[in-house]
Design a protein around this ligand. Structure first.
Ligand code: BDP
Length: 676
């Protein structure tokens, strides 16, 4: 009998101790109260508030809480106010969603071990629409996805509803993300088929109480492909009617449907230019059919043309003449930089250049150009660098943040977006640290004044531990990780020298003759006997003239161009003297070498973290750092050995010798679906 009891005891205890930490809980590690309490009162009722109550009753271990709807100006949006005394906490908001956000913030602060007994806090979002863009295809694959298949089980919907849908909504709501585009910008027309819309409706129903609105990417040729019309010309009455009927069908199913995201006349996708119409003609047609329902159009500015002398100039050339021609429920969605989510780019010159058109930023969380889900790269510093860039469009202080959040120009609505890094992987994002990029986007979309450091601090404490011996070194590693990736991949303003179509690893020698020149690495770095870099000054492509003064002058002059962008704007002689006296060639060598050393340091730092972290996540991150470290050497050797064939100069003798042969590196060919 004694033994038997002993066994039962083990059966109960063992599973508790062997629970594998797999990262599936993200930053949502709220403690569960032993007894379910009823500590929340409210003067309102709704499914959204039911969630807030459930979360607080289950996870809040402090004083009783009042969730109260109160009068606030419209500009308060889904903001909230928290008044905390030792006896009671009151959360006040204009909307139920505001109360839910306030509740999540309390739980987040509790988890960060903040002092919660005496404080006042007022929060309101920087942007109205805080949206994730999923590049998910209807067959379950994800374009540029490195965390497994799509979360959306189109085959199973509308009948089977995966529990992941609600977990996804909860994670987003916990950081204030309030919108999602479900499908790839390279959109299948089938997305708008009746049977798919019924599936979309189910997702919208699951997301709604969490305050998340659904949007869809649409294919411009849908009327022709789905509706069997003779074309998809926006001036064709039948086409207009097709979209009108489609909108009515959608809103019957999803009354709060957000709107459309459109990639048109870009990388072979159809668009209004196919019929001699402009982006504005195409966008306005869609905006008109969505308008009666309150829907919006996010029209992307990601365009470039094989005939252009410089890809980085194209969007500005196509869009600035259309300023003022877009309906007020259209917003132009612009990637942070003028080329394509590179490790470092200057900001996109379209920002601020269209003074009578709403604009929003598109960031990329999925690490297409940053080591996929193998490299630890914390992106908040990249996002901040962009949002804080001064465009000088309306004089000094015209930052991208202020242009897009409505501060500088009155806007009907404001928005910010990011391409998601989420998939079916147990830990959602492939790399445990990539979760921090999802988190950082949500936090910055809510409040773009937060610092990268503050966000990293919160995320580490919520995801791992608040032990300073862990928080401080890991935070340092995160905060420097973006610059490190720039150092070992593309320092000094180099860009797009990635291999193949998969964009993993270096291929500076890549010259895809027969395809488009602007898809080849040699197009971007222009190495020759004289030097390296793309001349975008007046003597070159003159892309600098797309920037407002004084930036056009600053970037147009090699002496005043920031060195971290020097090869972006100039063709720089190998022996050009940098500010510290090194030649450009030497500077390049030292940067690559630094990048390698920085990653090796991360390996050491992480190694010391073992006592503070569960074994599973410890080993997962450790093995990914190993890959990152090898990749950094691969980048360094490939780029230095290849550029050396032009510079004909020695690699400075105090840096580590290459360990690879250029000829061997040139033979590496990874398949398109390559993930590690
Ligand atoms: C590039 C990606 C491509 C996307 C495109 C886009 O390589 O897969 O379709 O951007 O944003 O970064 O439309």
């Amino acid at each position: 009998m004694q033994n038997f009891r002993h066994y039962i005891f083990l059966f109960i205890i063992i599973p508790l101790f062997t629970f594998a930490e797999d990262g599936s809980q993200l930053w949502l590690r709220y403690p569960v109260n032993q007894k379910l309490r009823s500590i929340v009162n409210s003067n309102s009722k709704s499914p959204t508030l039911e969630i807030a109550k459930k979360e607080l009753n289950k996870h809040w271990s402090g004083q009783p809480i009042d969730l109260k709807i109160d009068k606030f100006p419209d500009s308060f949006k889904d903001g909230y106010k928290i008044i905390s005394t030792p006896k009671k906490i009151t959360v006040l908001a204009k909307t139920d969603l505001g109360l839910l956000y306030g509740s999540y913030n309390l739980l987040n602060l509790q988890q960060q071990k903040a002092n919660l007994t005496n404080f006042n806090l007022v929060e309101k979002p920087s942007f109205d629409v805080r949206i994730l863009n999923h590049w998910d295809n209807l067959d379950g694959s994800i374009e540029r996805g490195y965390a497994g298949h799509s979360l959306w089980k189109w085959e199973d919907l509308p009948n089977i509803i995966s529990p992941k849908y609600e977990e996804y909504a909860r994670a987003n709501a916990s950081i204030g993300i309030n919108a999602t585009v479900l499908n790839n910008v390279n959109a299948s027309p089938n997305m708008l088929r009746g049977d798919y819309l019924k599936k979309v409706k189910i997702l919208a129903d699951v997301f709604r109480p969490y305050g998340i609105k659904v949007y869809l990417s649409v294919n411009f040729s849908s009327p022709k492909v789905l509706g069997n019309l003779k074309d998809s010309d926006p001036f064709n009455k039948d086409v207009q009617k097709w979209w009108k009927d489609k909108a009515s069908e959608i809103y019957k199913l999803i009354p709060d449907f957000g709107g459309f995201l459109v990639k048109a006349n870009s990388e072979g996708e159809p668009g209004p230019q196919d019929y001699g119409r402009t982006h504005a003609d195409g966008a306005n047609m869609m905006a008109d059919v969505l308008k009666p329902y309150g829907g919006i159009v996010m029209w992307r500015a990601f365009v470039y043309s094989p005939s252009s002398d410089d890809r980085a100039k194209q969007a500005y050339l196509e869009f600035t003449p259309l300023d003022g021609k877009f309906r007020d429920n259209i917003i132009i969605q612009i990637k942070n930089g003028p080329v394509d989510f590179q490790p470092r780019e200057p900001f996109h010159p379209l920002f601020g250049a269209m003074k009578n058109t709403s604009q929003m930023v598109e960031f990329q969380l999925t690490q297409e150009y940053l080591g996929h889900s193998n490299h630890l790269v914390y992106l908040a510093p990249l996002f901040k660098e962009n949002l804080d860039s001064d465009t000088y469009s309306d004089g000094k202080g015209s930052t991208i943040a202020k242009i897009t959040d409505g501060t500088l120009r009155p806007a009907k609505f404001t928005a910010i977006s990011a391409v998601a890094n989420i998939g079916e992987d147990t830990n959602w994002t492939g790399h445990h640290f990539a979760q921090s990029n999802w988190y950082a986007f949500g936090r910055l979309a809510w409040n773009h004044n937060l610092s990268s450091e503050q966000i990293a601090d919160e995320w580490i404490k919520m995801t791992f531990t608040d032990d300073k011996k862990f928080v401080n070194p890991v935070k340092d590693m995160m905060l420097t990780s973006r610059e490190t990736a720039v150092d070992y991949m593309m320092p000094l303003g180099l860009h797009h020298i990635f291999a193949g179509m998969h964009h993993y690893g270096p291929e500076p020698w890549g010259d895809y003759k027969g395809t488009r020149a602007d898809w080849s690495p040699v197009y971007y770095h222009r190495a020759d006997a004289e030097g390296l870099g793309f001349d975008r000054t007046k003597t070159g492509s003159d892309a600098v003239s797309e920037y407002f003064p004084p930036l056009n002058e600053m970037y147009g002059n090699i002496k005043t161009t920031p060195e971290n962008l020097i090869l972006w704007f100039h063709h720089v002689p190998w022996d050009y003297k940098m500010k510290d006296g090194k030649t450009m060639w030497e500077a390049l060598c030292y940067k690559y070498d630094l990048g390698v050393h920085e990653v090796r340091d991360y390996q050491k730092v992480w190694g010391k973290m073992q006592p503070y972290v569960d074994n599973e996540r410890f080993t997962d991150v450790q093995s990914k750092l190993k890959i990152q470290s090898k990749d950094a050497v691969w980048w360094k050797d490939a780029c230095l050995l290849y550029f050396q064939t032009f510079s004909k100069r020695p690699i400075p003798d105090d840096i580590e010798r290459p360990v690879n042969e250029l000829e061997d590196l040139k033979k590496i060919k990874l398949p398109m679906g390559h993930h590690n």
